[in-house]
Design a protein around this ligand. Sequence first.
Ligand SMILES: Nc1ncnc2c1ncn2[C@@H]1O[C@H](COP(=O)(O)OP(=O)(O)OP(=O)(O)O)[C@@H](O)[C@H]1O
Ligand SMILES: O=P(O)(O)OC[C@H]1O[C@](O)(CO)[C@@H](O)[C@@H]1O
Length: 323
Amino acid sequence: MRRIGILTSGGDAPGMNACIRAAVRTALAHDLAIVGIRRGYTGLIGADTIPLDRAAIRNTIHLGGTILETSRNPDFYTRDGRLRAAAAIERMGLDGLVLIGGEGTFHGASLLAADADTAALVGVPGSIDNDVYGTDYCIGFDTAANCAVEAIDRIRDTARSHERLFFIEVMGRTTGFLALESGIAGGAEELAIPEEQVSVARMSERIREGFSIGKKSAIVVVAEGKTPGISFHLAREVKKHLDFDSRVVVLGHLQRGGPPTLRDRVLGSLLGVAAVEALLEGRSGCMVGEVGGELAYTPLEETWQKKKPLNEDLRRIFTILSD
Ligand SMILES: Nc1ncnc2c1ncn2[C@@H]1O[C@H](COP(=O)(O)OP(=O)(O)OP(=O)(O)O)[C@@H](O)[C@H]1O
Ligand SMILES: O=P(O)(O)OC[C@H]1O[C@](O)(CO)[C@@H](O)[C@@H]1O
């Protein structure tokens, strides 16, 4: 292992820069050359690199976004696109590659490894959705969840003052991790997540009961799923059962920006070091995550083939606490 690359792919996530910084410092400590690949798989196919030295990563641990930039690249879905990436990896002289991203990124990486005899690939989970199997938390989730909680707190103030019902939509393409944890922390009354069928009649009845026992507001946290803006539809459906004054707030990309929390900086740092050490140990075709406080290495295929379940205890307590 003499020269490695690092890229960020899919949605940016706060803490990615802490991870890049940690990987660069670890590589340099082992006299391993490291280059940054710009704009995820777009830059990989185009061999678009930037030098990464101490100066490049200085004063970046507190920055949201990704200094390497990122993309969602359509070409990588095709074998031809992935073979072009493999050829570019060869041209760049890379023995290893660290990929920071979500389950789509690792799906692409495992296909790349199957299509071509290429560099050693090690993934690091970075996605505010937290939907990657093989790690308890993904880089970026904690910051996004804290952003959602702050929004819930702010909306609670105005909801109580007007005795209103609010639908607050958070991100989460196929999972409700953000909705569940921010819902618990924000004291939400109801949850609508892709893992569960929503009963509008039941939700409306529970909200009505809440107001009848003296609640002055109600908050429904909705995961956007595959249809951002879905909460407008849900609000209209609830209105058919419940003629309450209601409002909808869609948090959208607000949740993806901003300085990473302590947890995301520490997780990014831990996994950035671990990814480079994994390459130096001769590992390949795996993602390094953290499970139960320990580093865990999961084959890239499993990270997207297996579905990470919601924490059942958290789901259970949401129902108890929201009554
Ligand atoms: N099934 C696939 N086959 C090949 N490449 C894929 C596949 N899925 C995703 N990719 C590649 O990985 C990129 C990133 O995937 P995606 O857009 O799903 O984000 P992600 O890594 O899941 O991150 P996030 O959770 O933030 O959305 C895609 O733009 C595409 O280039
Ligand atoms: O930035 P884009 O391409 O609109 O991505 C939005 C998607 O990215 C995610 O935020 C994850 O990063 C999903 O929750 C959401 O579906």
